[in-house]
Design a protein around this ligand. Structure first.
Ligand SMILES: Cc1cc2nc3c(=O)[nH]c(=O)nc-3n(C[C@H](O)[C@H](O)[C@H](O)COP(=O)(O)O)c2cc1C
Length: 339
């Protein structure tokens, strides 16, 4: 995740139970691009013991090839292509989710990357741009170009992060492509991971925001899948997580206020499971110094250290009001995809 999955965050996650593998934030590919230094660090200095895939976002064939050549000199597990980013400033450049409007361009990109990557070549996509008419065509391209793993976020680009995830489309992808599929979108807990695996037949799950909220989620998934009791967490555990996150993401060149603001980006997700009225979020968002931030954490986490950190977000407690508040149109039906 952009501005999230850096070396420090990966280290924090690994302390609580790492996923089987990581994907980097997307590396932007264009005429002037060079792999961003901090993303390269997350590959080269990765000490989590788990492989890391380098994710690219771009559409120029020559520059994609050049970037892959650079990245293959690093210890990457494979190369991943982003066909899902819904940010308008991204998709307007016809990259990320914007490419889902143009299957022929996707075909050319997949052909180039497949030829350039001798090892694992993977794709992350949404189910369409505005609608799902191209979904089958895109899935057939995944087969044609021998993609090794497909992650599907079961929403269109226009749905952003709103509304339900269309797991029926992920189930459909599982039946149509030959490679393993990872189900992505609102995997909020180990119990949800198990139920989504059951209903979609996916080979695994990809977890984004809910790993920021709950870094124990990968460990809990393993417990759930093995039929073991799933670790329960307390607000005291979360207070410890916040302190670790603050310590690990601290950069000596970073002013205190900027660091506090960076912490708010993570805590926006954490706060979804702290209290049902969003009181922690309200107070946390108003802090500007380390002392204020930790005073709020002490009041809401340490003073209630024995209370449960609930596995799923409280209903209506929203992490990013601009992206995730109201349900969007939920008009995706499998009948709308072209054969
Ligand atoms: C802050 C943020 C940054 C993200 N950056 C990326 C990215 O760089 N590449 C990518 O494939 N997806 C990115 N995503 C999308 C997530 O990988 C994931 O597909 C989406 O959040 C839905 O899954 P979730 O419900 O598990 O979060 C990002 C999401 C968030 C919230």
């Amino acid at each position: 995740m952009q501005d999230v999955t850096d070396l420090a965050f990966m280290r924090v996650i690994a302390a609580y139970g790492a996923p089987d593998f990581f994907f980097t934030e997307f590396l932007r590919v264009h005429a002037q691009s060079k792999p961003e230094k901090h993303i390269v660090r997350s590959i080269v200095e990765n000490a989590t013991g788990r492989p890391v895939f380098a994710q690219l976002i771009g559409e120029d064939l020559g520059h994609l090839q050049r970037t892959v050549d650079d990245l293959l000199k690093l210890p990457v597990a494979g190369i991943d292509l982003n066909l899902g980013c819904p940010a308008p400033k991204v998709y307007k450049k016809n990259v990320g989710g914007g490419l889902l409007r143009d299957p022929e361009r996707v075909a050319a990109i997949l052909a180039t990357l497949r030829a350039a990557v001798p090892g694992l070549f993977t794709v992350k996509m949404r189910i369409g741009f505005e609608d799902t008419a191209n979904f089958n065509r895109l899935l057939d391209l995944i087969n044609e170009h021998r993609v090794d793993l497909l992650s599907v976020h079961g929403r269109t680009v226009k749905e952003m992060y709103r509304g339900e995830v269309h797991y029926d489309f992920i189930a459909h992808a599982v039946t149509r492509v030959r490679c393993p599929v990872l189900a992505n979108g609102n995997i909020v807990s180990a119990a949800r991971a198990a139920s989504v695996l059951g209903t979609t037949g996916a080979a695994g799950v990809m977890i984004g925001r809910h790993a920021i909220r709950n870094p124990w989620i990968f460990r809990q998934c393993r417990e759930q899948f093995q039929g073991l009791p799933v670790t329960k967490l307390t607000l005291g555990d979360v207070r410890e997580y916040v302190a670790r996150l603050y310590h690990e993401t601290r950069d000596v060149d970073f002013p205190e206020k900027a660091h506090v603001n960076k912490m708010k980006k993570y805590l926006n997700f954490v706060g979804q499971s702290v209290d049902p009225r969003g009181e922690f979020l309200y107070a946390m968002r108003r802090t500007t110094t380390e002392a204020e931030l930790f005073a709020v954490c002490d009041r809401h986490l340490l003073d209630r250290a024995g209370d449960e950190f609930v596995p799923e977000p409280y209903p209506g407690v929203v992490a990013r009001p601009n992206c995730e508040d109201t349900p969007g149109p939920n008009g995706c039906s499998l009948e709308t995809i072209t054969a």
